[in-house]
Design a protein around this ligand. Structure first.
Ligand code: NBP
Length: 477
C-alpha cells in the first residue's frame, strides 16, 4: 500500500480529519461501513489531496503502507469494538490503530491490553474542536505506547492546531487510556466553563436587567481581557443572534433543556471513584439534568421566591463588573478541580502525566481554548509537583482581588433567587480549602458515636474510640 494513514468512519469528524491529513500532504486511505459516505467524500473533496477510496476492510488494510496506521472515527462504544474486531485480524505486528472517538478510558485500557497481546499498538486519542477543529486543526490527546507515538507524533503535530506561539497542540499524554482520560476531563471542564458563563448571563439578565444584545456586548468586552476564550467569543455570537422567524433574541426561542452525551457525567463518576472533589463540574452536569426535568419544573413554578428588585443603571454596571470577577474566580476553581482529577488519574494508573503540557495543548483547537491556559502551563512549569492550582501565587492573588465581588455576586444571586450552583459551589470549595477547621471533626464524632468508626486526634498519634453508650471514656483501638 501507499497510504501513510487510513481513516475508517467518515461521518463529520472522520471526513474532516481525513481531509486535514490530505491537505497536509499525506496520502489517505478511506473506508466507511456505508460505502456512500466514502464516495461522497471523494466526489466533493477529492481534489484537496491524495485519497485512496476503498470498499472492503481487506482493500482498506491493503492500501496502507507498513507499519499501518489507521484511524477509527466511529460512534464510541460497541461500534468501536465492532470495527476493531473487523480490522484487527487483518493487521500485523507493529501496526497502529488510533481510536479518535470519545471512548471511555476504561474501554481504551481494555482494548489496548487486548491488542498489545497481538502485537498491535492501540492509541486511544482524544480529539477536541468539533468538526471545524477536525478540519482546520484540533487539539489532540493521544495515549498509547511511546513507540507508537514515535511513528505517529510527527503526523499528528502536522494536522493539529497551533497555539499562538506556533507550538502544535498535541503531546504524548501517557500510556494506554491516558489520552482519553484527559479528553474526558477536558470535556468536564468544558461543562463547568459553559455553566459558569450561563450563570453570568442569567445574572446580567435577571439582576442587572440587561437585554441579550447588551449582554453580548459585555461578553465581547470581557473577551478582550483575561477571560479571552473561544467559549466567551461564541457566547457573544449566540446572544446577539436574532431568530429569523420571530424577530426575537435567538436565546429566547430555544427550549431551555440542555442535553449531554456523557463525557461530563463520566468526569464526575470517575472523580467520585478517585475521591476528587470536582463540585463545580458536578454542578454543571446536574444543572443540565435539572433543566431537562420538564415535569418537575412545570410542577414547581408556583413555589415562592423573593420579591424582585431591579437595579438602577449605575448599580447594574457595577454589578456587571462584579460578575466578571466572580466568573474569573470560579473558572480558576473549575480548572483547579479538573487538573486535580487528571493528577489523581495519573497517580492511580501510573501515567506520569505532565499537567503543564496538558494545559499547553489546550491553548489551540479545542473548545476550552483560552489565553488563561498559558498561565496554567507557566504555573506547572515553575512547580511541577504543585498541590493544586490554587497553590500558585499568581492565581491566589487574583482570587484574593476578586473574592469580595465574588461573594457579593453569590450573595446577590441568593437574595434575588437566581440559581447559580456553579458559582456557589466554586466559592464553597475555595472557602473549604481555606478553612482553618472543617466540621469534618464533628462528622468523625458522629460516625464514632453511631458506628464506632473511630477517629484520630489533633494532639497525638493513634486511632481512638469513645465509649458513647457507657461512661464516655476514650479507648485506643
Ligand atoms: P458518529 O458518532 O455519528 O458516528 C457515525 C459513524 O460511525 C459513521 O461512520 C457510521 O458508519 C459509523 N458506525 C456506526 Br454509528 N456503527 C458502526 C458499526 N457497527 N460498524 C462500523 N461503523 C459504524 O460520528 P461523528 O459525530 O463524526 O463522531 C465520531 C467520533 O468522534 C465519535 O466517537 C464522537 O464521540 C467523536 N467526537 C465527535 C465530536 C463532534 O463534535 N461531533 C468531537 C470530538 C469527538 P455508517 O456511515 O455506515 O453509519
Amino acid at each position: 500500500g501507499t497510504a501513510q494513514i487510513g481513516v475508517t468512519g467518515l461521518a463529520v469528524m472522520g471526513r474532516n480529519l481525513a481531509r486535514n491529513f490530505a491537505r497536509n500532504g499525506y496520502t489517505v486511505a478511506l473506508h466507511n461501513r456505508t460505502a456512500a459516505r466514502t464516495r461522497e467524500l471523494v466526489e466533493h473533496f477529492g481534489d484537496e489531496g491524495d485519497f485512496v477510496a476503498t470498499g472492503s476492510a481487506e482493500d482498506f488494510v491493503a492500501a496502507l503502507e507498513r507499519p499501518r496506521r489507521l484511524v477509527i472515527m466511529v460512534k464510541a462504544g460497541e461500534a468501536t469494538d465492532a470495527v476493531i474486531g473487523e480490522f484487527a485480524p487483518l493487521l500485523e505486528n507493529g501496526d497502529v490503530i488510533i481510536d479518535g472517538g470519545n471512548a471511555h478510558f476504561e474501554d481504551t485500557r481494555r482494548r489496548e491490553r487486548e491488542l498489545r497481546e497481538r502485537g498491535i499498538h492501540f492509541v486511544g486519542t482524544g480529539i477536541s474542536g468539533g468538526e471545524e477543529g477536525a478540519l482546520d486543526g484540533p487539539s489532540i490527546m493521544p495515549g498509547g505506547s511511546e513507540e507508537s507515538y514515535a511513528s505517529l507524533g510527527p503526523m499528528l503535530e502536522k494536522i493539529s492546531a497551533k497555539a499562538k506561539d506556533g507550538a502544535p497542540c498535541v503531546t504524548h499524554v501517557g500510556p494506554d487510556g491516558a489520552g482519553h482520560f484527559v479528553k474526558m476531563t477536558h470535556n468536564g471542564i468544558e461543562y463547568a466553563d459553559m455553566q459558569l458563563i450561563g450563570e453570568a448571563y442569567q445574572l446580567l439578565r435577571d439582576v442587572a436587567g440587561y437585554s441579550p444584545a447588551r449582554i453580548a456586548d459585555i461578553f465581547r468586552t470581557w473577551n478582550t481581557g483575561r477571560l479571552e476564550s473561544y467559549l466567551i467569543e461564541i457566547t457573544a455570537e449566540v446572544l446577539s443572534h436574532v431568530d429569523g422567524a420571530t424577530g426575537k433574541p435567538f436565546v429566547d426561542v430555544v427550549l431551555d433543556r440542555a442535553e449531554q452525551k456523557g463525557t461530563g457525567r463520566w468526569t464526575v463518576q470517575i472523580a467520585l471513584d478517585l475521591g476528587v472533589p470536582v463540585s463545580g463540574i458536578a454542578e454543571a452536569v446536574f444543572a443540565r439534568s435539572v433543566s431537562g426535568h420538564a415535569d418537575l419544573r412545570d410542577a414547581s413554578r408556583h413555589l415562592a421566591g423573593p420579591a424582585a428588585r431591579t437595579l438602577g443603571e449605575d448599580e447594574a454596571a457595577a454589578f456587571a463588573d462584579r460578575v466578571e470577577q466572580a466568573l474569573y474566580a470560579s473558572k480558576i476553581v473549575a480548572y483547579t478541580q479538573g487538573f486535580h482529577e487528571i493528577a489523581a488519574g495519573s497517580e492511580q494508573y501510573g501515567w506520569n502525566i505532565d499537567l503543564g503540557a496538558v494545559a499547553s495543548i489546550w491553548r489551540g483547537g479545542c473548545i476550552i481554548r483560552a489565553a488563561f491556559l498559558d498561565r496554567i502551563t507557566g504555573a506547572y512549569e515553575a512547580r511541577p509537583r504543585m498541590v493544586g492550582l490554587l497553590a500558585d501565587r499568581g492565581f491566589a492573588e487574583e482570587i484574593a482581588a476578586a473574592q469580595d465581588d465574588w461573594r457579593t455576586v453569590v450573595a446577590t444571586a441568593v437574595t434575588q433567587g437566581v440559581p447559580t450552583p456553579a458559582f456557589a459551589a466554586a466559592l464553597a470549595y475555595y472557602d473549604s480549602l481555606r478553612a482553618e477547621r472543617l466540621p469534618a471533626a464533628l462528622t468523625q464524632g458522629q460516625r464514632d458515636y453511631f458506628g464506632a468508626h473511630t477517629y484520630r486526634r489533633t494532639d497525638r498519634d493513634g486511632t481512638f474510640h469513645t465509649l458513647w453508650g457507657g461512661d464516655r471514656t476514650e479507648v485506643e483501638s
